[in-house]
Design a protein around this ligand. Sequence first.
Ligand SMILES: Cc1cc2nc3c(=O)[nH]c(=O)nc-3n(C[C@H](O)[C@H](O)[C@H](O)COP(=O)(O)OP(=O)(O)OC[C@H]3O[C@@H](n4cnc5c(N)ncnc54)[C@H](O)[C@@H]3O)c2cc1C
Length: 437
Amino acid sequence: MLLQPAWYRISEMTNSDIETVVVGGGAAGIAAARRLSQARINCLIVEARPRLGGRAWTVPDRSGFALDLGCGWLHSADRNPWVAVAEEQRRTIDRTPPPWTQPALPHGFPEAAQREFRKSQEEFFARVSERAQKEPDVPAADALAPGSRWNNLINAVGTYISGAELERVSARDFDNFDDTGVNWRVVEGYGATIAACGASLPVALDCPVQRIDYSGKRLKIETAQGVITADQVIVTLPSTVLAETEELFLPSLPEKTQAAQSLPLGLTDKLFLSLEGAEEFEKDSRLFGATDRTATATYHLRPFGRPQIEVFFGGQLAAGLELDGERAFFDFAVSELTGRLGNAFANRVKPIHIHRWGTDPFSRGSYSYALPGMADCRSKLAAPVDDRLFFAGEACSPGDFSTAHGGWLTGVTAANQVIAARTIMRDRRNPSRNKAT
Ligand SMILES: Cc1cc2nc3c(=O)[nH]c(=O)nc-3n(C[C@H](O)[C@H](O)[C@H](O)COP(=O)(O)OP(=O)(O)OC[C@H]3O[C@@H](n4cnc5c(N)ncnc54)[C@H](O)[C@@H]3O)c2cc1C
């Protein structure tokens, strides 16, 4: 059963004086507020959208299948805290190995060529690791083997991993990503699981935060629904939103703006297609649209065995298609699919759903990467200010960035920092509590 959140309108609240305000109700904000609530701290999530979850978003299709438009994979599932949450909610965890760990379909990509590609990709990853240990930090693309026929495809996979071409991505940050290689899914939706986790928390929806004024004794959080006062705030905004909203803090926090600008959100978008005659393909199989260019999509056929294709677009390809509108994603996918599977295949697929994360004003991208030389900006973004402003969100994570569990972990860390700060605050107000008796 999914509970409705304890939904507040700031203008109707009898007391808009809160101990800790959590800005943003995605994975990080929900994890932070859950931890604060466990510690009996009076908190409120203030979320711009009319729903919880942020970049975690499940929508049903016409057949009732849960489509994850944002996060879908429980990466590092053997240590991912969302697994326990999904189990608490009695969700169905699917442990089928992900398609990228299996050989792709051989159409246009014979198995011998795939073996060569995989070897080349492993060697690339090893060179990135080696390069990451040296000064100065360089673009991950510097680890490509000059002249290799697989560079474009390795770069395409880079756009799925980082949402950006390897030329733009820090080798050190790319290498810092910490993944156990265990990847599961939630049949009812990862996004639904995350949103339901926030269901019993106090939240103001449809309530963009416009300014956080920390010039006075108490924080003033100015929102579209009115002003809230608070002792502490945990800011979980996507790095792009922080980077582009310099006026968010009063006084301004240029070091946060710069750190956020160094950790832009890369772009990936998912298009869901219905597929007639799906049984022709193996459940959870995969096809590359092309192997000789970076601007290509990857096609996950029959996800969960459903008669569908989940198409994944990354980097500049996704950015260009976003500008051309939703139909452009479908047209591109059909042109690649027919190139691989024959012209008649066009009659077997229909668009079901897509969300353009780059033009979404409350995310402005999909997940963070670090620009070359900027890997240390993750800790700069995460550092508290003045023991009153705390920061969380996937971009703050040193090794689990770009993921929903990275969001969770940073949210809990920020909440624990608030708890520690409140203990010091309380002890200062009541020094006698500290004295040995
Ligand atoms: C297409 C796609 C595929 C992905 N696949 C995976 C995957 O398979 N596995 C995985 O682990 N991760 C994946 N991710 C990444 C994952 O979804 C994110 O890393 C994670 O959800 C981020 O959580 P967060 O809390 O840090 O940020 P968000 O979810 O972005 O939360 C921030 C919140 O702040 C809100 N907000 C913005 N502006 C304001 C404002 N002014 N005032 C108040 N609130 C505001 C936003 O609406 C949002 O709810 C994917 C993402 C995308 C887009």
